[in-house]
Unconditional design. Structure first.
Length: 435
């Protein structure tokens, strides 16, 4: 995490004070359950809450203890004992470090997911608003970067809306996948702690009990979570690259908002660069970079090792903080995006009607020409236009072989732009429903 790409609410989830607060809550809820079961005195559980519930944990002190113990959970428990007093001997009864660490991580990941879901809602709202605004704004569709057939800018936005709707559904599933709790003790057998303690802690922390843990919560759950973040990042980049292409000087169909006083280049005062989209491309790469270590963390030795731990200390905060920032930036980019319908129409007309070539091809086949012959007739009139040597419609009208099948009026009918947009309403209903 670096401040430049960090928003406070997401960052706070990963701050040491927050982490220690969650650790305390896990331990204190476990103490409550142990007290109810008669394993520890009820007064001890009440004292733990009373003395430490509102405490501000001394991060520097915990770090100091850890430098000696070389163990973060023991360092925390030692500091907690300094706050609670003698009753602290009843804390962590029958538990192992992973019970605290893994349950805490999953609390943090679910809280992060909640913020990311709110971010996605803002992206979806911005896309929907702009999609309906440009529902029937014609623009050229491109395949391989080359002019193909007409679409609308609204359809481009609707495509992104559907994509991020799927992203939201995946993140909801990933949140559920990772929202588990393990308080099962060493090697996960519950030998030293009753399973009812785990049930109590899980409910108190907004989680569900892990079906079976081997001292650690299975890391396939986390692999799924970070993989979903990676897919969302790819969707962010896909849209960002689309904007970057559309903002190129030779295209200029859409452009990032350029604010008063903004500068595009230290050398060239005329520059208006797609810096937000380029930034989103870079941030997306970083989020995706954490997918591979998440997948590799699934493979641990026997019932537990800590090869996953160092990676997770970085990837948990970095991936969620970075994606949070990226989604917020994307929502703002979409909301303020400058759209240039006149340039879209200019680019549509740039190839002299060639975008209607398929319609002419199909019309010829409907009139009796073989597909192979129809293709040759259309292509031989299209290639001169491609080279800038004439108008497609006029060349077709002058072609004697074409005229054997189509009248001038029938040829002109194939150049109707509206024909390509006749099912836009149908597509919008599929994406947005009846709204």
């Amino acid at each position: 995490m670096i401040p430049r790409y960090t928003r406070p609410e997401m960052a706070s989830i990963w701050e040491p004070q927050t982490r220690f607060k969650i650790w305390f809550e896990i331990e204190a809820h476990a103490a409550d359950a142990l007290a109810e079961l008669g394993t520890i005195p009820k007064e001890a559980a009440r004292t733990v809450w009373a003395k430490a519930k509102d405490a501000t944990f001394d991060v520097a002190r915990i770090d100091e203890i850890e430098r000696e113990t070389k163990h973060d959970v023991i360092a925390f428990l030692t500091h907690l004992a300094e706050i609670v007093g003698p009753e602290a001997r009843f804390v962590h009864q029958g538990m192992t470090s992973s019970d605290v660490l893994d349950t805490c991580l999953n609390v943090q990941l679910t809280r992060a997911a909640d913020l990311l879901l709110a971010d996605l809602d803002k992206v979806l709202a911005a896309l929907k608003k702009r999609a309906f605004e440009h529902k029937m704004t014609p623009t050229i569709g491109r395949s391989h970067g080359i002019h193909a057939e007409p679409v609308t800018f609204g359809l481009k936005l609707a495509y992104a809306y559907a994509e991020f709707t799927r992203a939201k559904e995946r993140l909801i599933a990933a949140r559920k996948e990772v929202a588990t709790c393990a308080i099962s003790g060493a090697v996960g057998t519950f030998a030293q702690i009753d399973p009812r303690v785990e049930e109590h802690v899980a409910k108190a922390m907004g989680l569900v009990p892990e079906q079976i843990s081997t001292q650690v919560i299975p890391r396939d759950r986390h692999a799924m979570y970070f993989s979903v973040l990676g897919v969302i990042a790819s969707s962010v980049e896909r849209f960002a690259v689309e904007i970057r292409h559309m903002q190129r000087t030779e295209v200029l169909e859409a452009e990032e908002f350029f604010s008063e006083g903004q500068k595009g280049s230290s050398a060239m005062p005329h520059k208006r660069n797609p810096v937000l989209s380029e930034n989103l491309t870079g941030l997306s790469r970083m989020v995706r970079a954490y997918v591979t270590p998440a997948l590799e963390n699934v493979v641990l030795w026997h019932e537990r090792d800590i090869s996953h731990s160092s990676a997770e200390r970085m990837m948990g905060p970095d991936a969620t903080v970075t994606l949070d920032f990226a989604l917020a930036r994307l929502a703002g980019l979409i909301d303020k995006l400058l759209v240039y319908p006149a340039n879209m129409q200019k680019n549509l007309d740039r190839l002299g009607g060639l975008v209607h070539s398929q319609r002419v091809l199909l019309a010829l086949t409907q009139k009796g020409a073989s597909r192979e012959d129809a293709y040759k007739l259309v292509q031989r009139n299209a290639m001169p236009v491609w080279r800038g040597e004439g108008d497609f419609l006029q060349l077709l009208k002058k072609d004697a072989e074409v005229k054997k099948y189509l009248t001038d009026a029938e040829i002109e009918e194939q150049f109707d732009l509206g024909y390509h947009l006749k099912h836009v309403d149908t597509i919008f209903k599929r994406v947005f429903g009846e709204s």
